[in-house]
Design a protein around this ligand. Structure first.
Ligand code: HEC
Length: 118
């Protein structure tokens, strides 16, 4: 009896964890138009949270690269490493494969928009 309650509790916890995925707004699932305004707060932060933050945060970030806030993401984008790696099929970031073209295009437009924060 106690064991079944424990298992039931664990299942509930697992469901809660899996539902806690970052919310992706509709407009970053489709290709952005070159006239769209892309900002860190509305777009880039969501993409990073869903695809990068698990490895690039905390006290021991992978590749020694933190992508936790505007300044860190902007620096990595401005110095070219981020754009290079997210578009590099031979050595992609995220490491398990390139993101959709739509998500990658958001970074190019963000650069064109001069790294708007909000
Ligand atoms: C599963 C873990 C993982 C995920 C997810 C991940 N990375 Fe990485 N990242 C790494 C590791 C490990 C390295 C260091 C080894 C290498 O460069 O391949 C790295 C290195 C990098 C580098 C190179 C840093 C440097 O100074 O050369 C960049 C840029 C980068 N990641 C960006 C990203 C971005 C942007 C995302 C999300 C779109 C992302 N990563 C998602 C694990 C990950």
């Amino acid at each position: 009896m106690k064991l079944s309650k424990l298992i039931f509790g664990l299942i509930i916890i697992l469901i809660m964890i899996s539902c806690n995925k970052a919310y992706i707004p509709e407009d970053i699932m489709t290709n952005p138009a070159s006239s769209d305004t892309i900002t860190y707060d509305s777009h880039i932060n969501n993409i990073i949270s869903s695809n990068c933050i698990g490895c690039h945060s905390g006290s021991n970030p992978q590749g020694n690269l933190l992508l936790e806030n505007y300044t860190q993401v902007r620096n990595a984008t401005e110095n070219g490493t981020l754009i290079n790696r997210i578009n590099n099929p031979a050595n992609p970031m995220p490491s398990n494969g390139l993101m959709s073209q739509s998500l990658r295009l958001h970074f190019d437009l963000w650069v064109n928009n001069d790294y708007l924060e909000n």
